[in-house]
Design a protein around this ligand. Sequence first.
Ligand code: SF4
Length: 339
Amino acid sequence: MQHHNAVLEVQAMKKYFPIKKGFLKRTIGQVKAVDDVSFFIEQGETFGLVGESGCGKSTLGKSILRAIEPSDGSITFVNRKEEAVEVRDLDNKQLRDIRRDMQLIFQDPYSSLNPRMTVLNIIGEPLICNGIAKGEELKRRVGDLMDLVGLNRKHLERYPHAFSGGQRQRIGIARALATDPKFLVCDEAVSALDVSIQAQIINLLQSLQQKLNLSYLFISHDLGVIQHISDRVGVMYVGKMVEVAATDKLFSSPKHPYTEALLSAKPVPIPKQKRERIILKGEVANPANPPSGCYFHPRCLYAQDICKQQAPDFKEIEAGHFVACHMAKDLDLKGVKVQ
Ligand code: SF4
């Protein structure tokens, strides 16, 4: 581990999906969904990952848990015994063990919960499967988990349809917490919910983090949610991490033109404070056939000749502020007011 307080360190992660064609299913190209991404998450921290849909942020989250197999790179994770483990080297049994420590919370709690199972069995399943609890002990532990996430433990025998969207997300969170993990990937975990319910679930996640010393990778396309919950933020564009910084820094003084454009489109809390919105020209680049040089150059307001020829390195330009842009030091980009 290069960062001594990190719970997770991802280095040069790649996930390529082959494009196959014809009767013989020959590989004729690759979709570079995640392309050479490096970052770390500290113990007890929330790292927000933001970008438009299709930028690779969900693929990155799933690859870290090996819910899908990464194509290349390294994932170092500090397990509950405080041992740094290379997740990519684990066999199936070791992977099952480490999944007790790292869990996923999905976007749509309804489709991820089995409608024929009671809440007891849904939340308790990881405890049953890992041989951790059964019978009365299982009921007690699931009841405690329900208390923890703000559900009524008397509703143990109910089915998912009897709960509201927000309550179902609480069931999903309780299930993810059943094995007492230390790290959670929250993939668009509040995106399907109404704004007022979103706030409740975000508050719950924040209080659980403090109580249980959890670390989060919080993936969302919603900049408001990301700003509210994250300690640090990473911005992805077409499979690449283009900027990482502390939340206030990233929002008040972005260093990547794509971050500036994303922020300019963020809804303003007080409508009178108008901001000039940067309308990005062109489409998001196709990860199967990305442009030369910097992938953002066809849409970038500041592109120079070098941007078409050379891909910029992802570099630390100030302490803790990482950017992949040739012009990062010269540009004076606009951020948003930090609340
Ligand atoms: Fe824009 Fe060039 Fe920076 Fe890419 S490297 S974001 S094209 S200025």
